[in-house]
Design a protein around this ligand. Structure first.
Ligand SMILES: [Fe+2]
Ligand SMILES: [Fe+2]
Ligand SMILES: [Fe+2]
Length: 418
């Protein structure tokens, strides 16, 4: 069964990152378009290879979502002067958490001076050199407006920037009018068409969706651990209950992306070490509808419907639609239980994780109030130790990956003095 089309993986990634910072994602799309036009003109890659490159180029600044957190709008700074931090983090993110680790170094090198880049032995370094040109063209044409001169980077030709790349850019600009297409918005339609050539295997699609879930780590790494906990609990309950394979798969994807709208919620609210004000609670709750807007029309509706019901409750007291028990299906009810379990077994910003007896007492109370489905909670409680053992193993696995990633970030950072 196809849960998402290859093209929609790309569009979904773009929309999800837009939730964090729209301008940075627009920059990514424009750079991807410019590099695509250059490479197409060169004729070295097939359309489907270009499609992969477009995906990568669109996300070339993904590291900035983590490293520039409070100053992400100051693009001119980290795109011209302090460019190493986001290049390194983006590289490591793609290396450890994406299905295309081979392309990760493109991100590492996307700000490297051409003279230095020439000495590097790396198959795709030309793409990095082209991104470097494209992103300068975008950043400076945007910030300088009418003052912008296409040939202003000529003095950098052969030293900071690839002379061959610059020549190619001028050629493509005069032939196709790249800036005009960007100005009119026409480039977006062309990019969407290119996305139509993307072919991802089911395994790669799954990995891309997991990578999007890892984007929650830009907000906080504990949100990723929470998500992994929820997915594990869902999988185990579904197995214990002998749900058909098709439903288990729907539930897996629904659980994987259920909190993706959290990327649009301010950090201060997510990590507030106190009880939230009523207005903050209202804002926090919008993550469900925000997630739905991004996912609807991109993923199979059965998956979206599971994901978006994770805060509904059987007695109709949940949100956003106040659905009642009879209006929901088993995968939706399982995700609700798993989401509550996650909040109890993992630490929150305002309290530590809770012991087993307390978790069971709270869950039993939720059954008594007819909020959670009894049969599902009982299934969980009766396999509590086994399920939690797997949860702890999976969580430790991702924490280990983050540890390696953060350690390498420090090490490479020291080398480049960031
Ligand atoms: Fe950059
Ligand atoms: Fe950039
Ligand atoms: Fe949620």
């Amino acid at each position: 069964m196809e849960y998402i089309k290859s093209k929609d993986i790309y569009l979904l990634a773009r929309d999800i990152l837009k939730l964090v910072h729209p301008r940075l994602m627009d920059h990514g799309s424009k750079v991807a378009y410019m590099v695509y036009m250059m490479l197409r003109e060169r004729g070295r890659f097939e359309e489907f290879e270009l499609a992969d490159i477009v995906m990568l180029c669109t996300m070339h600044d993904i590291g900035a979502y983590r490293t520039e957190k409070g100053q992400i709008s100051d693009m001119l700074r980290y795109e011209s002067r302090d460019s190493m931090a986001h290049s390194i983090y983006g590289y490591l993110f793609f290396k450890y958490l994406s299905p295309v680790p081979d392309l990760a170094k493109v991100i590492m090198y996307h700000h490297m001076d051409y003279e230095q880049l020439q000495k590097v032995d790396y198959e795709y370094k030309q793409i990095a050199a082209y991104i470097n040109i494209a992103e300068k063209m975008d950043i400076y044409s945007t910030s300088m407006g009418n003052q912008f001169d296409l040939y202003m980077f000529e003095p950098m030709s052969g030293t900071k920037l690839s002379s061959d790349g610059l020549e190619l850019f001028y050629q493509v600009e005069s032939k196709y009018g790249i800036f005009e297409k960007i100005k009119s918005g026409e480039y977006k339609r062309e990019l969407d068409d290119i996305a139509g050539y993307m072919i991802f295997s089911n395994e790669d699609k799954k990995k891309f969706l997991e990578m999007l879930m890892y984007c929650l780590g830009f907000r906080s790494q504990s949100m990723v651990v929470d998500n992994i906990t929820t997915v594990c609990v869902c999988e185990d309950i579904a197995r214990e209950m002998n749900l058909p394979d098709a439903e288990r798969e729907l539930l897996y994807y629904g659980a994987l992306i259920h909190d993706i709208g959290m990327l649009a919620i301010p950090q201060e609210i997510i990590e507030a070490p106190r009880k939230l004000e009523a207005e903050e609670v209202r804002q926090l709750r919008t993550h469900v509808e925000i997630g739905e807007q991004v996912l609807r029309d991109r993923m199979k509706s059965d998956v979206v419907n599971i994901a978006m019901a994770h805060h509904e409750r059987c007695d109709g007291s949940g949100y956003p639609h106040r659905l009642k028990d009879m209006q929901m299906n088993t995968p939706q009810r399982i995700l609700q239980v798993a989401d509550v379990v996650t909040a109890l077994v993992n630490p929150r910003s305002y309290r530590p994780d809770l012991p087993k007896e307390k978790v069971i007492a709270i869950l039993s109370d939720e059954i008594a109030k007819h909020k959670l489905k009894k049969q599902i909670v009982i299934t969980f409680i009766s396999s509590y130790d086994r399920i939690m053992k797997r949860v702890r193993e999976e969580s430790a696995g991702i924490m280990k990956t983050y540890e390696t990633l953060n350690m390498q970030y420090e090490l490479i950072g020291k080398k480049y003095k960031i």
